[in-house]
Design a protein around this ligand. Structure first.
Ligand code: SIN
Length: 277
């Protein structure tokens, strides 16, 4: 069946803007198929003018899988909606969510497959863009000996350092609360596309298993620099009621906090994923 959806790539490597679909209503089988394929092809997809309720945003997310509950929701929750991560930054913020290159909650045993963020308040003077980076492209750019070396390694992703820092800054630190820490391959294979990507990030990845501390630090520092190269990236300029839907299995993102003390607000719905292999 023909589709009215229009897909415009942002760069050849990552990002596409999709028009001609209303996300507040259940998608037809055809629309769902097109959106899923666009996410596989472009790693992050963007929609404009999608005014919807919290429940409609959750229903949109459920068409792609069960919804994830964030381990630090006590800091960023929305009453009555445990599946929502509330992005709410303004004059009282001391840090913002995702202010460094990362993939969401990679400390979980089965990290989220995707995240759907809708912003409904944009800083009036501009700023607050989100940057996305293709970890397929970052992997492809490595030398063959480096790919072979990294392919045999796994790394520990720990939620503690990030979430404890944020909780302390927010004045809600609870020393009895334990955050997830799990080991994942440094190079993962996407379960749908079969492509390989780099799967480490500065917010959660602490060390590489089986390497001495100094070697682990040197390899991670190299990878953190490598994955942040601008040629793997696209940048999304938000408008009120824009939606970004990213694949956490092959893309990283970085929320720019260049708008302090102005306000930027929105809701994120996160979709459960599976164990990286
Ligand atoms: C996040 O989900 O990491 C935050 C992204 C953003 O606020 O742009």
């Amino acid at each position: 069946m023909a589709t009215a959806l229009d897909i415009k790539p942002v760069t050849p490597l990552i990002g596409a803007e999709i028009s001609g679909v209303d996300l507040s209503k259940p998608l037809s089988d055809n629309e769902l198929g097109v959106v899923k394929q666009a996410l596989r092809d472009h790693l992050v997809i963007f929609f404009r003018d999608q005014d919807m309720t919290v429940d409609q945003q959750k229903d949109f997310g459920r068409q792609f899988g069960d919804l994830h509950i964030h381990p630090a929701r006590d800091r960023n929750g929305l009453e009555g909606h445990p599946e929502i991560l509330y992005i709410n930054n303004g004059p009282n913020s001391s840090r913002v969510n995702g202010d460094e290159w990362h993939t969401d909650v990679s400390c979980d045993p089965e990290p989220p497959m995707g995240s759907i963020l809708r912003l409904f308040e944009i800083p009036p003077s501009g700023g607050g863009d989100t940057l996305f980076a293709s970890m397929y492209a970052a992997y492809d750019a490595l030398s063959e000996p480096m790919k072979a070396f990294l392919g045999g390694l796994s790394a520990v992703h720990d939620g503690g350092p990030n979430y404890i820092d944020r909780a302390k800054r927010a004045g809600i630190y609870d020393p009895t609360k334990v955050f997830p820490a799990n080991e994942h391959p440094v190079i993962r294979t996407h379960p749908e596309t079969g492509k390989k990507s780099i799967y480490v990030n500065k917010i959660f990845t602490q060390h590489i298993v089986g390497l001495p501390k100094d070697e682990s630090r040197a390899i991670l520092d190299f990878l953190f620099q490598h994955i942040a190269k601008p040629n793997f990236q696209c940048r999304f300029k938000w408008e009120e009621h824009s939606v970004a839907f990213w694949d956490n299995r092959c893309a990283l993102h970085h929320a720019m906090w260049d708008y302090y003390p102005e306000v930027r607000r929105g809701y994120r719905v996160t979709i459960k994923g599976d164990k990286p292999v």
